[in-house]
Design a protein around this ligand. Structure first.
Ligand code: NAP
Ligand code: GDD
Length: 362
């Protein structure tokens, strides 16, 4: 049985990736941070008691700040594949905590790569690189576009990108960078702009909120649907040789358009609810991200299926449903019609995955 280690398994992407790998028959190990409250909400639907003989998902305490623990984990799990998704991933927070962001997002990658090198374990390594690395570089951005990061987060990701390439060149390790453009879902962290908007729509409909404060509405992002992006991570590690790939939809929209579509879909007038608060504006903005994913399409056979309009609907429905509101149901329909077998609506588990994790789920 193939086994994989995921850092950042409790995050949006980590949870979807765990589902994908379980559905492919992997044993999945994830690094989680100790917290005084449960932080495994995104994994609850696939978690089974590790005492269960058929259990294939195992969680281990650890932190990207601590090399000794990372060496331990690599040495004892001896993973075939490592997906390094753990990071301080919020751009605005990185302006407030630049040193911490550098420690975890940049140096954390060195710690993990060096743990692999020192343990002598042969494994394939995926680095969660980001379109934030392009920053001020004019669109469209592809693998040849020079980086010009605009935040401590972007700069930390540039470092991590190069250190992954350095371990590939210096030690012959299989290290691939996925340079992913923004990808969202109902599991997106609530302080990223898309989820902040769709959560607010649901809260306004439920009478729990009236105003939504946002920052810059003019920045443009290339937004896709997260489960499709974790498929690309797996594909990268199945290639014969390691390489670096840009992943995005090739379509870009302003924050204002996301706001308009989300409110309109829910039958609300956004002008009555949305207000600007400068505190959400960044000291330096990334104005325009637009992927040129030609290489990924050609070499990985990866093409996104969910459009911007559909993404908005999936997320609004997800937030309405989680508040117990009756949603329009477009989201579930879109996923049924367009998405594959391993992931279905919101946190529901597909039959394929149920079979894979065994009777314990039932
Ligand atoms: P996310 O939801 O913020 O998840 C980040 C994960 O990293 C969480 O599991 C978090 O654990 C973990 N983490 C944070 N600090 C850690 C530490 N010190 N030690 C160990 N784990 C730590 O991010 P995401 O959206 O899933 O993104 C996954 C990765 O892809 C990140 O590296 C992100 O920077 C990168 N990326 C994301 C996008 C995107 O649009 N989503 C695009 C390009 C690249 P807790 O749950 O305990 O906080
Ligand atoms: N978070 C947030 N909150 N962003 C806002 C707000 C607000 O109230 N108002 C406007 N924005 C704008 C930001 O200024 C930015 O231009 C855009 O919305 C997107 O912000 P986020 O959703 O926070 O995402 P991001 O693009 O900065 O970063 C995300 O994508 C990167 C890939 O490009 C994160 O997931 C990063 O981890 C990821 O690497």
């Amino acid at each position: 049985m193939q086994n994989a280690l995921i850092t950042g398994i409790t995050g949006q992407d980590g949870s979807y990736l765990a589902e994908l790998l379980l559905s492919k028959g992997y044993e999945v190990h994830g690094v989680i941070r100790r917290a005084s409250t449960f932080n495994t909400g995104r994994l609850d639907h696939i978690y089974v008691d590790p005492h269960t003989p058929s259990a294939r998902l195992f969680l281990h305490y650890g932190d990207l700040s601590t090399s000794s623990r990372l060496i331990d984990l690599i040495y004892s799990i001896r993973p075939d594949e490592v997906y390094h998704l753990g990071a301080q991933s919020h751009v605005m927070v990185s302006f407030e905590n630049p040193e911490y962001t550098g420690d975890i997002t940049a140096l954390g990658t060195t710690r993990l790569l060096d743990a692999i090198r020192r343990s002598g374990v042969t494994t394939r390594f995926y680095q969660a690189s980001s379109s934030e690395m392009f920053g001020a570089a004019p669109p469209p951005q592809n693998e040849q576009t020079p980086f010009h990061p605009r935040s401590p987060y972007g700069a930390a990701k540039v470092y991590a990108y190069w250190v992954a390439i350095n371990y590939r060149e210096a030690y012959g390790m299989f290290c691939s960078n996925g340079i992913l453009f923004n990808h969202e879902s109902p599991r997106r962290g609530p302080t990223f702009v898309t989820r902040k908007i769709t959560r607010a729509v649901a809260h306004i409909l439920a009478g729990k909120q009236d105003k939504l404060y946002l920052g810059n509405l003019e920045a443009k992002r290339d937004w896709g649907y997260a489960p499709e992006y974790v498929e690309s991570m797996w594909k990268m590690l199945q290639r014969e040789r390691p390489d670096d790939y840009v992943l995005g939809t090739g379509e870009s929209h302003a924050i204002r358009e996301f706001v308009t579509q989300a409110f309109e879909y829910a039958g609300l007038d956004w002008r009555k609810h949305v207000f600007i608060d400068d505190r959400y504006k960044r000291p330096a903005e990334v104005d325009f991200l637009l992927a040129d994913p030609t290489k990924a399409e050609r070499e990985l056979g990866w093409t996104p299926r969910i459009s911007f309009r559909e993404l908005v609907r999936i997320m609004v429905d997800g937030d309405m449903e989680s508040l117990g509101l009756t949603c329009r149901g477009e989201g579930a329909r879109i996923l049924r019609e367009k998405f594959g077998a391993w992931h279905q609506w919101n946190n529901s588990v597909s039959d394929n995955l149920k079979a894979a994790v065994g009777a314990v789920l039932g």
